[in-house]
Design a protein around this ligand. Structure first.
Ligand code: NAP
Ligand code: ZN
Length: 372
């Protein structure tokens, strides 16, 4: 890694040459190349693993119109899911060499929520997202960052599965939303738990599984659904977390749903299950698919929502506190059954294997890139 300094108007801005996985946003394409990027803070980090999700694939294939390069760059470094090791840090930062950290994706803009550390609830869209909108991501051999946006991972056994902290933090926030909106009605059981209540999670990707694991953790009777059968590796996770897989193309359940979480972004699928939601139930829209076919939302659907006191909510991203809680859930699940948690990571690739952004096999849940 070669380092050089440029003098700018008021302060010293240093640039670093590193190998990185990049795309041109929003056009797409993918390269593993050496780039010159700006330093961002006093903590120097080496990613150990970076996760790949649908957003990275969407950027590489040019399907995400909202993605854009950082100012003054004709590329963006990809990657928003990572587990990193601190290489070096000033002692005042609270970090030291060897610490495990997860860097946060969203960086604040100027709105009141961003200024309060809740850029997950940014109210004017002016925030940036590492590896997606206007800020370089974590798929590079090293980078520097500001301690404010680093989440310390205390459990050394999370040096690989800690890459799931970022996708799981979204789930932690959703369950906080569920608890909050449940207060409008008698939602928990009479013993104040969720035992016996039914949770349905649509979609069997990494987020779907993390939602279903959390629903089981909360005590829900949990089903995870898709419109086709799933491979053996997914069925094994269902068994270990005491949840049931339902191929809804083959069977029609008649039970009432207390908590519905959608990770498909498909309106017809969401409505199909919304119509069997219970009185005082909660539905969460999480998955997005702007290209999904339209469907009809009828007067009868409004009737169902009104008469049953159904709360529907959308949720995006999460705050630092949710990252921290996500890391403690991972520790707990890892201690309980480390084999199952690590089976969520279905393959490990080299940074040069860029075809991973365009190829996908049906067994894949979470593919990671190993950096060192
Ligand atoms: P993923 O691996 O692509 O998972 C999506 C899942 O939905 C897949 O299992 C897919 O099944 C399934 N699916 C699609 N259409 C379906 C349908 N009609 N019925 C049932 N299942 C269906 O993505 P992910 O990483 O788990 O993320 C899930 C979604 O959340 C994505 O849309 C992503 O963009 C979004 N997301 C939202 C946030 C947020 O903050 N709100 C954060 C991260 C991700 P097959 O692939 O087997 O067909
Ligand atoms: Zn904002």
């Amino acid at each position: 890694m070669e380092r050089k300094c440029y003098f700018t108007y008021r302060n010293v801005k240093s640039m670093t040459k590193v190998q990185a996985i990049t795309t041109e946003a929003p056009k797409g394409g993918v390269k593993f190349q050496t780039v010159d990027v700006e330093d961002n803070g006093p903590v120097e980090l080496s990613p150990m693993y970076t996760g790949i999700c649908g957003t990275d694939r969407g950027m590489v294939t040019g399907r995400l119109d909202f993605a854009y390069n950082p100012q003054g760059q004709d590329f963006i470094v990809l990657g928003h899911e990572s587990i990193c090791r601190v290489k070096s840090a000033d002692s005042q930062t609270g970090f030291k060499a060897g610490d495990l950290v997860v860097p946060m994706v969203r960086r604040p803009g100027k709105c009141i929520n961003c200024q309060a550390g809740r850029q997950d609830n940014c109210s004017d869209g002016d925030k940036k997202e590492a590896g997606i909108t206007g800020k370089n991501g974590f798929m590079r051999e090293s980078f520097t960052d500001d301690p404010e946006f680093l989440v310390k991972i205390d459990d050394p056994s999370l040096s690989r599965t800690g890459v799931l902290t970022e996708p799981l933090k979204n789930v932690v926030k959703v369950f906080e939303v569920v608890e909050t909106v449940s207060k409008r009605s008698i939602y928990a059981s009479t013993d104040s738990t969720y035992h016996g209540k039914k949770a349905y999670v649509i979609g069997t990707g990494a987020e779907g599984f993390l939602f279903a694991m959390m629903a089981s953790e909360y005590g829900f009777d949990t089903r995870i659904l898709n419109r086709h059968p799933v491979e053996e590796n997914r069925m094994a996770i269902c068994d270990a977390f005491n949840m049931e897989f339902v191929d809804y193309s083959k069977e029609d359940r008649k039970e009432k749903i207390d908590l519905l979480i959608d990770t498909s972004g498909d309106p017809a699928t969401f409505l199909k299950f919304m119509r069997i939601m219970n009185f005082n139930s909660v539905g969460i829209m999480f998955g997005t698919n702007g290209k999904a076919p339209s469907t009809e939302f009828t007067g009868k659907d409004i009737d169902i929502m009104v008469e049953r006191n159904i709360t529907l909510a959308g949720s995006v991203d999460a705050a630092k506190t949710h990252y921290e809680k996500a890391a403690s859930y991972l520790s707990r699940w890892n201690a309980r059954n480390s084999r199952v948690l690590s089976s969520m990571i279905t393959s490990e690739k080299e940074p040069s294997e860029t075809s991973v952004f365009t190829d996908r096999n049906p067994e894949s849940i979470k593919t990671v890139i190993k950096w060192k």
